[in-house]
Design a protein around this ligand. Structure first.
Ligand code: SF4
Length: 57
């Protein structure tokens, strides 16, 4: 990977009511994940996809 380049990866996701969800994959150009509490996550439950938008909004 070149210096400064962003990694590209497939994101498997099962949040079926998200606007970006299709066939168990995320189709957003990029996603942002943030900790539920300030600064740190202790379990996977503390790491949340902030890009989520409900389908019917
Ligand atoms: S934006 Fe987040 S919640 Fe929505 S499909 Fe992508 S990874 Fe899943």
């Amino acid at each position: 990977m070149q210096s400064g380049a962003h990694p590209k990866m497939e994101v498997m996701c099962h949040v079926s009511n998200c606007r970006f969800y299709k066939n168990d994959y995320c189709h957003a150009d990029k996603i942002e994940v943030n900790p539920k509490h300030a600064g740190r996550a202790h379990t996977s439950d503390d790491a949340l996809c902030s890009t989520f938008i409900p389908q019917n909004r």
